[in-house]
Ligand binder design. Structure first.
Ligand SMILES: NC(=O)c1ccc[n+]([C@@H]2O[C@H](COP(=O)([O-])OP(=O)(O)OC[C@H]3O[C@@H](n4cnc5c(N)ncnc54)[C@H](O)[C@@H]3O)[C@@H](O)[C@H]2O)c1
Length: 251
Protein backbone atom coordinates (compact mmCIF):
# COMPACT_ATOMS: atom_id res chain seq x y z
CA UNK A 1 0.00 0.00 0.00
CA UNK A 2 1.14 3.53 -0.84
CA UNK A 3 0.96 4.96 2.68
CA UNK A 4 1.46 1.89 4.86
CA UNK A 5 2.08 2.91 8.51
CA UNK A 6 2.29 6.62 7.71
CA UNK A 7 0.51 9.06 10.00
CA UNK A 8 -1.34 11.84 8.18
CA UNK A 9 -3.21 14.87 9.44
CA UNK A 10 -5.91 16.17 7.12
CA UNK A 11 -7.72 19.48 7.70
CA UNK A 12 -11.26 20.07 6.48
CA UNK A 13 -11.86 16.30 6.64
CA UNK A 14 -15.53 16.65 7.51
CA UNK A 15 -16.58 17.14 3.91
CA UNK A 16 -15.69 17.05 0.22
CA UNK A 17 -12.07 16.65 -0.78
CA UNK A 18 -10.86 16.36 2.82
CA UNK A 19 -13.17 13.42 3.46
CA UNK A 20 -12.26 11.76 0.14
CA UNK A 21 -8.55 12.11 0.85
CA UNK A 22 -8.95 10.82 4.43
CA UNK A 23 -10.73 7.71 3.14
CA UNK A 24 -8.18 7.11 0.39
CA UNK A 25 -5.22 7.61 2.74
CA UNK A 26 -6.77 5.12 5.19
CA UNK A 27 -7.34 2.62 2.35
CA UNK A 28 -3.66 3.03 1.46
CA UNK A 29 -2.62 2.10 5.00
CA UNK A 30 -2.25 5.48 6.73
CA UNK A 31 -3.46 6.30 10.23
CA UNK A 32 -5.40 9.51 9.82
CA UNK A 33 -5.99 12.46 12.10
CA UNK A 34 -9.15 14.14 10.92
CA UNK A 35 -9.64 17.86 11.54
CA UNK A 36 -12.58 20.16 10.91
CA UNK A 37 -14.68 22.84 12.61
CA UNK A 38 -17.75 20.78 11.72
CA UNK A 39 -17.98 18.04 14.39
CA UNK A 40 -20.89 16.28 12.68
CA UNK A 41 -19.15 15.98 9.32
CA UNK A 42 -16.00 14.82 11.08
CA UNK A 43 -17.90 12.06 12.94
CA UNK A 44 -19.34 10.84 9.63
CA UNK A 45 -15.88 10.69 8.03
CA UNK A 46 -14.49 8.85 11.06
CA UNK A 47 -17.30 6.29 10.86
CA UNK A 48 -16.69 5.73 7.12
CA UNK A 49 -13.02 5.04 7.86
CA UNK A 50 -13.78 2.75 10.80
CA UNK A 51 -16.21 0.83 8.56
CA UNK A 52 -13.17 0.14 6.35
CA UNK A 53 -11.23 -1.03 9.45
CA UNK A 54 -9.04 2.05 9.21
CA UNK A 55 -7.52 3.97 12.11
CA UNK A 56 -8.78 7.53 12.59
CA UNK A 57 -8.73 10.17 15.31
CA UNK A 58 -11.02 13.20 15.01
CA UNK A 59 -10.02 16.59 16.38
CA UNK A 60 -12.35 19.58 16.16
CA UNK A 61 -10.20 22.70 15.77
CA UNK A 62 -10.22 25.97 13.86
CA UNK A 63 -7.04 26.08 11.78
CA UNK A 64 -6.96 29.88 11.97
CA UNK A 65 -6.53 29.68 15.77
CA UNK A 66 -2.90 29.18 16.83
CA UNK A 67 -3.67 27.61 20.23
CA UNK A 68 -6.21 25.17 18.78
CA UNK A 69 -3.72 24.17 16.07
CA UNK A 70 -0.93 23.59 18.60
CA UNK A 71 -3.27 21.55 20.83
CA UNK A 72 -4.24 19.44 17.82
CA UNK A 73 -0.60 18.71 16.94
CA UNK A 74 0.17 17.87 20.59
CA UNK A 75 -2.77 15.43 20.69
CA UNK A 76 -1.72 13.85 17.38
CA UNK A 77 1.85 13.34 18.61
CA UNK A 78 0.63 11.95 21.94
CA UNK A 79 -1.67 9.47 20.20
CA UNK A 80 0.55 8.32 17.30
CA UNK A 81 4.06 9.43 18.30
CA UNK A 82 4.70 11.05 14.92
CA UNK A 83 3.13 12.86 11.97
CA UNK A 84 4.56 12.06 8.53
CA UNK A 85 2.13 13.86 6.24
CA UNK A 86 0.09 17.03 6.55
CA UNK A 87 -2.70 17.74 4.08
CA UNK A 88 -3.54 21.43 4.39
CA UNK A 89 -6.96 21.11 2.80
CA UNK A 90 -9.51 23.23 4.72
CA UNK A 91 -10.51 26.47 3.01
CA UNK A 92 -13.49 28.70 2.33
CA UNK A 93 -14.78 30.51 -0.77
CA UNK A 94 -16.48 33.93 -0.91
CA UNK A 95 -18.80 32.94 -3.76
CA UNK A 96 -17.54 34.36 -7.05
CA UNK A 97 -17.33 38.01 -5.91
CA UNK A 98 -15.15 40.70 -7.49
CA UNK A 99 -13.00 42.88 -5.24
CA UNK A 100 -15.56 45.68 -4.70
CA UNK A 101 -18.17 43.15 -3.57
CA UNK A 102 -16.02 41.57 -0.85
CA UNK A 103 -16.23 43.14 2.61
CA UNK A 104 -13.12 43.64 4.71
CA UNK A 105 -14.47 41.13 7.25
CA UNK A 106 -14.98 38.50 4.51
CA UNK A 107 -11.46 39.18 3.19
CA UNK A 108 -9.87 38.86 6.63
CA UNK A 109 -11.75 35.65 7.50
CA UNK A 110 -10.89 34.02 4.19
CA UNK A 111 -7.19 34.91 4.47
CA UNK A 112 -7.12 33.74 8.12
CA UNK A 113 -8.37 30.28 7.11
CA UNK A 114 -6.96 29.79 3.59
CA UNK A 115 -3.50 31.28 4.14
CA UNK A 116 -2.71 31.81 7.82
CA UNK A 117 -4.25 28.43 8.70
CA UNK A 118 -1.78 26.69 6.35
CA UNK A 119 1.15 28.59 7.89
CA UNK A 120 0.02 27.89 11.48
CA UNK A 121 -0.34 24.13 11.06
CA UNK A 122 2.85 23.89 9.00
CA UNK A 123 4.84 25.69 11.68
CA UNK A 124 3.31 23.59 14.44
CA UNK A 125 4.48 20.41 12.64
CA UNK A 126 7.81 21.50 11.15
CA UNK A 127 9.95 21.24 14.33
CA UNK A 128 8.92 17.58 14.77
CA UNK A 129 9.46 16.79 11.08
CA UNK A 130 12.83 18.54 10.95
CA UNK A 131 13.94 16.65 14.04
CA UNK A 132 13.26 13.32 12.32
CA UNK A 133 14.54 14.60 8.95
CA UNK A 134 11.39 13.81 6.98
CA UNK A 135 7.95 15.29 6.40
CA UNK A 136 5.51 15.91 3.58
CA UNK A 137 3.01 18.72 3.05
CA UNK A 138 0.24 18.41 0.48
CA UNK A 139 -1.21 21.88 0.27
CA UNK A 140 -4.57 21.91 -1.46
CA UNK A 141 -4.47 25.06 -3.56
CA UNK A 142 -6.59 25.21 -6.73
CA UNK A 143 -6.14 26.03 -10.37
CA UNK A 144 -7.25 29.38 -8.90
CA UNK A 145 -3.71 29.46 -7.48
CA UNK A 146 -2.36 29.85 -11.01
CA UNK A 147 -5.13 31.53 -13.04
CA UNK A 148 -8.00 33.99 -12.46
CA UNK A 149 -11.70 33.55 -13.18
CA UNK A 150 -12.37 30.44 -11.09
CA UNK A 151 -13.40 32.00 -7.77
CA UNK A 152 -13.66 35.33 -5.97
CA UNK A 153 -10.92 37.96 -5.64
CA UNK A 154 -9.99 36.91 -2.08
CA UNK A 155 -10.03 33.17 -2.87
CA UNK A 156 -7.83 33.57 -5.98
CA UNK A 157 -5.40 35.71 -3.96
CA UNK A 158 -5.34 33.15 -1.14
CA UNK A 159 -4.67 30.22 -3.48
CA UNK A 160 -1.83 32.07 -5.26
CA UNK A 161 -0.44 32.64 -1.74
CA UNK A 162 -0.64 28.90 -0.96
CA UNK A 163 1.23 28.10 -4.19
CA UNK A 164 3.93 30.68 -3.34
CA UNK A 165 4.21 29.56 0.28
CA UNK A 166 4.58 25.94 -0.82
CA UNK A 167 7.42 26.84 -3.19
CA UNK A 168 9.26 28.71 -0.44
CA UNK A 169 8.75 25.84 2.03
CA UNK A 170 10.43 23.47 -0.41
CA UNK A 171 13.17 26.00 -1.12
CA UNK A 172 13.93 26.49 2.57
CA UNK A 173 13.60 22.91 3.84
CA UNK A 174 14.05 20.41 0.98
CA UNK A 175 17.63 19.63 1.98
CA UNK A 176 16.34 18.83 5.48
CA UNK A 177 13.94 16.15 4.21
CA UNK A 178 10.80 18.22 3.75
CA UNK A 179 8.59 17.93 0.70
CA UNK A 180 5.81 20.44 0.01
CA UNK A 181 3.56 20.18 -3.03
CA UNK A 182 0.59 22.30 -4.14
CA UNK A 183 -2.25 20.15 -5.41
CA UNK A 184 -4.43 22.24 -7.69
CA UNK A 185 -7.86 20.82 -8.54
CA UNK A 186 -10.17 22.36 -11.08
CA UNK A 187 -13.91 22.48 -10.43
CA UNK A 188 -14.74 19.37 -8.36
CA UNK A 189 -18.09 18.10 -7.11
CA UNK A 190 -18.19 19.15 -3.42
CA UNK A 191 -20.40 21.33 -1.21
CA UNK A 192 -18.05 24.28 -1.81
CA UNK A 193 -19.20 24.65 -5.43
CA UNK A 194 -22.25 22.35 -5.77
CA UNK A 195 -24.71 25.05 -4.66
CA UNK A 196 -23.51 27.26 -7.49
CA UNK A 197 -23.80 24.53 -10.10
CA UNK A 198 -27.21 23.34 -8.85
CA UNK A 199 -28.51 26.90 -8.95
CA UNK A 200 -26.89 27.48 -12.34
CA UNK A 201 -24.81 30.33 -10.99
CA UNK A 202 -23.55 32.19 -14.11
CA UNK A 203 -19.89 32.03 -13.02
CA UNK A 204 -20.09 28.30 -12.31
CA UNK A 205 -21.93 27.53 -15.54
CA UNK A 206 -19.26 29.47 -17.47
CA UNK A 207 -16.55 27.45 -15.76
CA UNK A 208 -18.17 24.08 -16.46
CA UNK A 209 -18.68 25.00 -20.12
CA UNK A 210 -14.98 25.82 -20.40
CA UNK A 211 -13.72 22.43 -19.16
CA UNK A 212 -12.29 20.53 -22.16
CA UNK A 213 -13.11 17.13 -20.62
CA UNK A 214 -16.76 18.25 -20.50
CA UNK A 215 -17.33 17.48 -16.83
CA UNK A 216 -16.35 18.54 -13.34
CA UNK A 217 -13.99 16.42 -11.27
CA UNK A 218 -14.87 13.78 -8.70
CA UNK A 219 -13.44 14.06 -5.15
CA UNK A 220 -12.02 10.50 -5.37
CA UNK A 221 -9.95 11.51 -8.42
CA UNK A 222 -8.26 14.24 -6.37
CA UNK A 223 -7.83 11.77 -3.50
CA UNK A 224 -6.00 9.17 -5.65
CA UNK A 225 -3.59 11.83 -6.89
CA UNK A 226 -3.08 13.22 -3.38
CA UNK A 227 -2.25 9.77 -1.95
CA UNK A 228 0.36 9.26 -4.67
CA UNK A 229 1.87 12.73 -4.10
CA UNK A 230 2.05 12.07 -0.35
CA UNK A 231 3.76 8.71 -0.85
CA UNK A 232 7.49 8.02 -1.06
CA UNK A 233 7.00 7.18 -4.76
CA UNK A 234 6.67 10.94 -5.31
CA UNK A 235 9.93 11.67 -3.48
CA UNK A 236 11.37 13.81 -6.29
CA UNK A 237 8.29 16.04 -6.62
CA UNK A 238 8.92 19.12 -4.50
CA UNK A 239 7.73 22.73 -4.40
CA UNK A 240 5.70 22.54 -7.59
CA UNK A 241 2.00 22.85 -8.34
CA UNK A 242 0.29 19.75 -9.70
CA UNK A 243 -3.01 20.25 -11.51
CA UNK A 244 -5.97 17.90 -11.83
CA UNK A 245 -8.62 19.74 -13.78
CA UNK A 246 -9.75 17.95 -16.96
CA UNK A 247 -7.86 20.59 -18.91
CA UNK A 248 -9.81 23.48 -17.36
CA UNK A 249 -6.72 25.68 -17.06
CA UNK A 250 -5.16 25.10 -20.50
CA UNK A 251 -6.85 28.02 -22.21
N1 LIG B 1 -14.44 21.84 -4.91
C1 LIG B 1 -13.72 22.46 -5.80
O1 LIG B 1 -14.15 22.72 -6.93
C2 LIG B 1 -12.30 22.87 -5.47
C3 LIG B 1 -11.47 23.25 -6.53
C4 LIG B 1 -10.16 23.64 -6.25
C5 LIG B 1 -9.70 23.60 -4.95
N2 LIG B 1 -10.54 23.22 -3.94
C6 LIG B 1 -9.98 23.23 -2.60
O2 LIG B 1 -10.16 21.96 -2.00
C7 LIG B 1 -10.18 22.10 -0.58
C8 LIG B 1 -11.39 21.38 -0.02
O3 LIG B 1 -12.58 22.02 -0.48
P1 LIG B 1 -13.95 21.25 -0.72
O4 LIG B 1 -14.34 21.51 -2.11
O5 LIG B 1 -13.85 19.88 -0.21
O6 LIG B 1 -14.90 22.17 0.19
P2 LIG B 1 -15.88 21.81 1.37
O7 LIG B 1 -16.54 23.10 1.71
O8 LIG B 1 -16.70 20.62 1.05
O9 LIG B 1 -14.88 21.39 2.56
C9 LIG B 1 -14.10 22.31 3.28
C10 LIG B 1 -14.07 21.84 4.73
O10 LIG B 1 -13.21 22.74 5.46
C11 LIG B 1 -13.80 22.95 6.73
N3 LIG B 1 -13.31 24.20 7.31
C12 LIG B 1 -13.67 25.47 6.97
N4 LIG B 1 -13.04 26.34 7.76
C13 LIG B 1 -12.27 25.63 8.63
C14 LIG B 1 -11.40 26.00 9.69
N5 LIG B 1 -11.22 27.26 10.03
N6 LIG B 1 -10.76 25.00 10.36
C15 LIG B 1 -10.96 23.69 10.04
N7 LIG B 1 -11.80 23.31 9.04
C16 LIG B 1 -12.44 24.27 8.36
C17 LIG B 1 -15.29 23.00 6.44
O11 LIG B 1 -16.08 22.80 7.62
C18 LIG B 1 -15.45 21.89 5.42
O12 LIG B 1 -15.73 20.64 6.02
C19 LIG B 1 -10.16 23.61 -0.32
O13 LIG B 1 -8.84 24.02 -0.06
C20 LIG B 1 -10.63 24.19 -1.63
O14 LIG B 1 -10.21 25.52 -1.81
C21 LIG B 1 -11.82 22.86 -4.16
Amino acid sequence: MLLQDKVAIITGAGSGLGRAQAIEYAKEGAKVILNDVNAEGLAQTEQLIKDLKGIALSIVADISNKEEVQDMVNKALEEFGTVDICVNNAAVLADFKASLDITEAEWDRLMAINVKGVYLLTNALLPHMLEKGKGTFINIASIGGTIAGVGDAAYITSKHAVVGYTKQLAFDYAKKGIRAVSLCPGLTDTAMVRYAIDEEHPAAVRQVAAIPSGRIGRPEEVAYFSAYLASDKADHINGVEMKIDGGQSIH
